[in-house]
Design a protein. Structure first.
Lengths: 523, 361
């Protein structure tokens, strides 16, 4: 319990310090920063971007999900993969690929297009699963009660599938609000870019702090709404019986052609364009100068910082996860809730507050690897907790208590039974943090030691000076490196703890809920 | 005490922070004894078991196992589960899924050299020789349950706790596994507590049965005593089917009821006089006999018994339970061997054989 409380407090330090630092500037300064045209413009820009991304995500996801879940369109397994794959590509890599192909792209619409392409899996995947899992009985009952197909969709299918889609939409919105790279590449003055610019122009750090707090508040609102929507989605799952999926619509020839055109078009925009652009740039880069040592240095930087960050996150997460998996007291719930709020901390905010904090308290730690790793740990703690917690909760407590009566003390019983059975899940959670930390950009830019490069920062600095060709190897290395943990994790989860595979439901579809939550967890 | 005591529970109060779930339980289990704790869900029986195993710290009271005090609220003694020498077989076995059968059985053994011999000994005992390297999920439900038993018995505990171990097995298997386990435990003579909500299981297996409800033990007795001489009307209702008749009048160990005159037993220690006549006479359905009513002709004995009408029949194969509505509106259940030739709505006469027990209001 003590360790868990310490972990939560440590995690909260950056945010608390940001509050202290902001209020320390005096109310007049805060008011000056808050009540001016620029703040309003920034807020409106961010909100407009979110609105456009939500609309774009819905437009892309809903027809795709319906085609995949409810029709006999050929190639469903393939298109399910293409619908999930954009999650593996960091959105600013996607943005880089687009702008490298179409250098004229910039502004709100360009950013919204790329963000929608990057985030539509958040809705498409859970919505497909939801449409598949709605018991055919509900819709059949509605039909026999006299409703036509449209009325059934409006009054049964949409209300049943909505919670899944809503949770995904909120995730997409939160992601859009926190995203720095894409917004900066297309020069959209949303929160993250404005904060970063204000921080860079070092005379204006109070503005940066005030805007950062405002951003956190907005993100917090989204996180809380998301948590509520998810709770609702869970409550709606009624009954434990096996559901019978709805029958698939038999598409005619024309329908099949149209459907395939749609799915291929979406996949082409989300994956094809970036792949084409990246290939072109790679071919170009062979003609320009290309330094292998620099690339290897960046790979080493990415790996060392993200592994260190993940290790730190694991140390902080384990006490909370152990408590949260086994106890439901109010104190434990609030500890877990506090850690969960970490979802509302954009990288730019954590970066900023740790810059302030180290400069004020520990100048020696400013721009060291340790502080960078700590930033990763704070940012991705909720992920590490989530994975470890469900892995531990998956081990029946009766096993541990039985081990106790067989003569093992509490720590040995935990290690030889619960820990032993939960470790694949815990390891997967840690790998997930490694994977996510590799893609982190703004906090890395602010906190990295001088001369220390990661793939993300190299890609960023080359894109900034429009050296698209020489950026290509970094983008490719990033996708490759990020897919290694993803692949490992998939294997791990496939042969997950023997305890749970007994109950794993058989499904006629490749849409399995565990896969969906796994994909949804990759950000 | 002359006979060695395997378990002694004194004034035990256990709770989860709120109102206590186990309220002042006293219980002794003799060595080699098989005791069943019978109770409905929510009666506190599982909480009592968890307190004995050491998973829960009681608020008050003391427990000693094999003569060793494992918890005592007054002297603040506390032994954790791993020091209590208690074996437990949880519901559904709860075998460790990451270990094979041998690994499971050897889990509680400290001496690695002797472990192998002990594992084969245990496998022989539960009649599963050759399954050392099988994985738990490859075993049938009954096999899993027997391995869980072997695992619990391998360290030679001084007390064995069975937490509804048979409830997850299907009916056909349950009876077999039950009698096997019972025979095995009788052979090795480890004192055992079985927690169950199944009265048939408790009555058929145990040397003594403790009936538990509302956090307290209501009666501890041999199985036939629990069934035939339940201490309270509630216990009578819980243990098996019941015929309840309200008393119209009492005289000389006989009660006037809707079924006519019913002789009463078990009133020796009670007041015998008519006194207050309010109360309930209970009989078991097998104490009633059905006689077909013959509307034409009137044969001998046609007047015997009380006239009623068949309301429902549930057929169980070896016997059937017929519910009869008497003329005054009371319904009684009658157990008859085999099936029934009666039809619903048919008039029938009900005869009482043997004596009932009176519970005063």
């Amino acid at each position: 319990m003590g360790a868990a409380a310490v972990a939560v407090v440590v995690t909260a330090v950056p945010l608390l310090y940001l509050v202290v630092r902001t209020t320390g500037a005096g109310w007049q300064a805060i008011a000056d920063s808050l009540f001016r045209q620029r703040t309003l413009d920034t807020t409106l820009t961010s909100l407009a971007l979110i609105a456009l991304v939500i609309i774009g995500t819905l437009v892309l996801a809903v027809p795709s999900a319906w085609l995949l879940a409810r029709t006999n369109i050929p190639g469903r397994a393939f298109f399910l993969v293409t619908a999930a794959l954009p999650l593996a590509v960091p959105s600013y890599v996607m943005a880089y690929a687009w702008i490298a192909e179409f250098p004229g792209m910039s502004g709100l619409w360009a950013a919204a297009l790329v963000m929608a392409l990057a985030t539509y899996p958040y809705v498409a995947i859970p919505l497909t699963a939801a449409l598949r899992s709605i018991d055919a009985g509900h819709e059949e009952a509605a039909r026999s009660l006299g409703l036509g197909p449209v009325a059934v969709a409006r009054r049964v299918t949409i209300p049943l599938a909505w919670p899944a889609a809503a949770a995904g939409l909120l995730l997409a919105a939160l992601y859009t609000l926190s995203e720095f790279g894409t917004v900066a590449i297309f020069r959209v003055d949303a929160f993250t870019r404005v904060i970063y610019t204000a921080y860079r122009a070092s005379f204006d750090r109070t503005t940066a702090a005030v805007l950062a707090l405002l951003l956190v508040i907005l993100a917090l609102v989204l996180v809380l709404i998301e948590a509520r929507a998810r709770g609702k989605a869970q409550r709606w799952r009624v009954g434990s019986g096996v559901t019978r999926p709805a029958p698939r619509h038999r598409l005619g020839g024309a329908g099949k052609v149209a459907g395939l055109a749609w799915l291929s078009g979406v996949a082409g925009l989300a994956l094809g364009v970036p792949a084409w652009s990246l290939t072109q740039r790679l071919l170009e880069s062979r003609r320009t100068s290309f330094n292998v040592d620099e690339l290897l240095g960046a790979v080493a930087g990415s790996i060392s910082s993200s592994v260190l960050g993940a290790a730190l996150a694991l140390v902080l997460a384990l006490p909370i996860a152990v408590l949260a998996a086994r106890y439901t007291s109010r104190l434990v719930k609030s500890l877990e809730g506090a850690a969960f709020l970490g979802h509302a901390l954009p990288g730019v905010v954590v970066g900023l507050s740790l810059v302030f904090l180290t400069l004020a308290v520990l100048p020696g730690a400013y721009q060291t690897l340790l502080i960078l790793a700590f930033a990763y740990a704070v940012l991705f703690l909720p992920k590490a907790i989530g994975a470890s917690r469900s892995a531990i909760a998956g081990v029946p407590p009766v096993l541990e208590s039985t081990a106790r009566t067989l003569g093992r003390g509490p720590i040995r019983a935990w290690l030889t039974v619960t820990g032993r059975l939960a470790w694949p899940g815990i390891a997967a959670g840690t790998l997930l943090v490694v994977l996510t930390a590799m893609k982190e950009l703004p906090a890395t830019l602010m906190l990295r030691p001088t001369g220390f490069n990661t793939l993300a920062t190299e890609l960023w600095s080359r894109t900034e000076i429009q050296a698209f060709g020489s950026a290509a190897p970094y983008a490719l290395a990033m996708i490759a490196l990020a897919s290694v943990p993803a692949w490992l994790m998939g294997r791990w989860l496939a042969r997950a703890p023997e305890a749970s595979d007994r109950d794993a439901p058989e499904d006629d579809e490749p849409v399995r809920t565990d896969e969906v939550s796994f994909v949804g967890g990759v950000r | 005490m002359t006979t060695p005591v395997a378990l002694s529970v004194t004034d035990l109060v256990v709770g989860y922070g709120g109102p206590p779930v186990v309220r002042g339980v006293n219980l002794d289990v003799a060595s080699q004894e098989f005791l069943a704790i019978l109770g409905a869900s929510g009666s506190g029986k599982t909480t009592l078991l968890r307190a004995i195993a050491g998973y829960l710290r009681p608020e008050e009271g003391a427990i000693s196992i094999g003569g060793v005090v494992v918890v005592d609220s007054r002297s603040r003694t506390w032994l954790p589960p791993e020091k209590r020498r208690v074996g437990i077989v949880p519901q559904e076995g709860a075998l460790f899924p990451h270990l094979d059968v041998a690994g499971n059985i050897a889990f509680g053994l400290h001496d690695r050299k002797q472990a192998k011999a002990r594992v084969s000994e245990m496998l022989e005992m539960v009649d599963l020789v050759g399954l050392e390297s099988a994985r738990p999920h490859e075993l049938s439900g009954g096999q899993q349950q027997r391995i869980a038993l072997a695992r619990a018995l391998a360290p030679a505990p001084s007390l064995l706790l069975l937490d509804e171990p048979f409830s997850s097995l299907d009916a056909a298997l349950r009876a077999d596994v039950r009698s096997e386990v019972r025979g095995l435990l009788a052979d090795i003579g480890t004192a055992t507590i079985l927690v169950t909500h199944d009265q048939e299981e408790a009555l058929s297996l145990a040397d003594r049965v403790a009936v538990m409800s509302a956090g307290g033990i209501q009666q501890v007795d041999e199985p036939w005593m629990i069934y035939e001489k339940p201490a309270t009307l509630d216990i009578a209702r819980f243990v098996g089917d019941l015929v309840e008749l309200s008393v119209q009048n009492l005289e000389d160990r006989t009660a006037h009821t809707a079924l006519g005159l019913v002789p009463l037993v078990g009133m020796e220690d009670d007041d015998q006089g008519p006194g207050d006549s309010r109360g309930t006479v209970v009989l078991r359905p097998e104490q009633l006999v059905l006689v077909a009513e013959r509307p034409v002709g009137g044969t001998a004995g046609a007047d015997a018994g009380t006239l009623g009408e068949v309301e429902s029949i549930s057929y169980h194969g070896h016997d059937s339970l017929t519910r009869v509505r008497l003329h005054d509106g009371t319904t009684v259940s009658v157990r008859s061997p085999g099936g029934s030739a009666l039809r619903i709505g048919e008039p029938v006469r009900v005869l009482v054989t043997g004596a009932g027990r009176l519970y005063r209001d």
